[in-house]
Design a protein around this ligand. Structure first.
Ligand code: GLC
Length: 539
């Protein structure tokens, strides 16, 4: 049994994702900045967040809002200076908060000097740093691969008559990770930030780094229908997740391990069996946390979620530490997905499952997807495939701090509109509401940190009754019973063992302190976290 003091910080603590452009503007240009994040360090501390992950803050033409990097070892002037960055790091560390950088190794911006060199000629020393290929015999792109953002993944460069591969925008050419020089260059980038003292990286599209050497065509997806994203027309059998990627990951891990106590998280959208391969063949040869996004894609249904949890727990390799994500800058807000009534349960689920939780800024306020008027659209995904719901602006809107103009985010026009609910759904107002979602997160995080059973204990499924999902967490003599009613109907459940407990945290505050014996009754949409006090036979 793991004892909490033997856990690493990244196992015990919660990771909080900040989308820098939308967090807090101090310069008055309508775009969030590093100083704004520094200013809010006190908020992270209050909430109990001990690790902050920043989406990219590097110089970038912002074609994909920072995921198109033109200089890996610098700060985008709109967001601040390197001095601002150093101050942020210092301020967070002073408060015991770790800082995780976004690392985007799959592609650079097309104005990165590496690519500008590479495209000059076929014999340029940097030519092979990117994926160049001749046209197909019949003319046109070298193969049928699609960009994640729609259209061919190949762009013709008329100067040399070859195509380059871009898994995302054409302004985001993919690096050739078979090339050892590319690897070395990226390890140096990592060392630059690690030497500064950052605590780790969230690695963008890690499963994309290696593509089929032979550039074979992807097979068609028989389930594709009109209205689905263009990219889904094909099954990505050859354009990502190739076996050699695991050697790259292992090397990357070794670089991070040159420094004590650092973390790598991999962004990986794959089925569970393939996802867990990214922990590495042997212990400590993969990433510490291959992001588990399956709660984002699984239907909000007790049976389905119960099945997902068992499947995921069952697939973890020895020593592989679990993790759970409910939202991020690429996916619809949790509120838009599960509805307001389920927000307390969503918090309970994220924060009581076994493994590291990652929160997305504003989810703790119940921020919703915000409707973006056509003239305010920013995201290239929306422009490329309008109206099919792939645009990501709705979930990237400004953090709602207070009920003043623009929710206290900026005193200028915000780069994306502020949610219409900001007058009530904002940090200041919700801090005053003892029974609101923000306080609920706060209390739950505090309890999770205090209780080894919750941050490090074992996980035991207990059962599902209608929409009532029940499980238990345990560490030595201390144990909790969690019961979440994901449906609208009141449901009762009697586990196969005898037990009693006291409700410690409840979505309905009236139930706090209630004693429970054997049978549990949970109203629709309610969730309970119960400290087991009685002689449970469950252990
Ligand atoms: C990742 C990022 C996303 C970005 C893409 C290309 O999926 O999370 O925002 O557009 O990679 O870098």
């Amino acid at each position: 049994m793991l004892v909490s003091h033997t856990l690493h910080w990244w196992q015990k603590e919660i990771i909080y994702q900040v989308y820098p452009r939308s967090f807090k503007d101090t310069s008055g240009n309508g775009i969030g900045d590093l100083r704004g994040i520094t200013q809010k360090a006190v908020y992270f501390q209050w909430l109990g967040v001990k690790a902050v992950w920043l989406s990219p803050v590097y110089p970038s033409p912002m074609k994909d809002f920072g995921y198109d990097i033109s200089d890996y070892c610098n700060i985008h002037p709109t967001l601040g200076t390197m001095e601002d960055f150093d101050n942020l790091l210092h301020e967070l560390h002073e408060r015991g908060i770790k800082l995780i950088m976004d690392l985007v190794p799959n592609h650079t911006s097309d104005v990165h000097e590496w690519f500008m060199e590479s495209r000059k000629s076929k014999d340029n020393p940097k030519r092979d740093w990117y994926i160049w290929a001749d046209p197909a015999d019949s003319g046109g792109p070298p193969n049928n691969w699609r960009s994640e953002f729609g259209g061919s993944a190949w762009e013709l460069d008329s100067q040399t008559g070859q195509y380059y591969c871009h898994s995302f925008l054409k302004e985001q050419p993919d690096l050739n990770w078979f090339n050892p020089e590319v690897r070395e260059a990226m390890w140096e980038v990592m060392r630059f930030w690690l030497n500064k003292g950052v605590d780790g990286f969230r690695v963008d599209v890690l499963w994309y780094l290696i593509k089929d050497r032979l550039l074979r065509n992807n097979p068609p997806n028989p389930d594709w229908e009109e209205g689905m994203p263009d990219h889904d027309k094909l099954i990505t059998a050859f354009s990502n997740d190739q076996p050699e990627v695991h050697d790259v990951v292992e090397q990357m891990r070794r670089v991070v391990d040159e420094y004590p106590n650092r973390l790598i998280i991999g962004e990986i959208y794959l089925p569970v069996d393939k996802l867990v391969m990214y922990y590495g063949k042997e212990p400590d040869t993969g990433v510490h946390l291959p992001f588990n996004f399956h709660l984002v894609s699984t239907e909000w249904d007790a049976q389905q979620i119960n099945k997902l949890i068992s499947e995921y727990e069952g697939a973890l390799p020895a020593g592989g530490w679990p993790n759970w994500v409910l939202g991020n800058h690429d996916k619809s807000r949790i509120k838009a997905r599960v509805g307001e009534d389920q927000l307390f349960n969503a918090a309970l689920l994220l924060l009581t499952l076994r493994g590291t939780p990652t929160m997305y800024y504003g989810d703790e306020l119940g921020m919703n997807d915000v409707e973006i008027p056509p003239e305010k659209i920013q995201d290239p995904r929306e422009f490329r495939e309008p109206g099919i719901g792939v645009g990501r602006d709705p979930q990237r809107t400004p953090m709602q701090w207070n009920n003043s103009k623009n929710a206290g985010f900026t005193n200028h026009d915000p780069w994306l509109p502020v949610g219409a609910d900001y007058q009530t759904n904002n940090v200041d107002s919700l801090m005053e509401n003892q029974h609101g979602l923000l306080q609920f997160y706060h209390d739950l995080i505090a309890l999770r940190q205090k209780e080894p059973a919750l941050h490090g204990g074992s996980f035991h499924p207990v059962g599902v009754q209608n929409q009532l999902l029940c499980y238990r967490r345990q560490h030595e003599q201390s144990a909790f019973f969690i019961a979440l009613n994901l449906g609208k109907e009141e449901t009762s459940f009697t586990p196969s063992f005898k037990w009693r407990g006291v409700v410690e945290i409840a979505s309905n505050p009236k139930r706090k302190g209630e004693k429970i014996e054997n049978t549990i009754h949970v109203n629709g949409n309610d969730g309970l976290l119960i400290r087991i006090t009685g002689n449970s036979e469950a252990g």
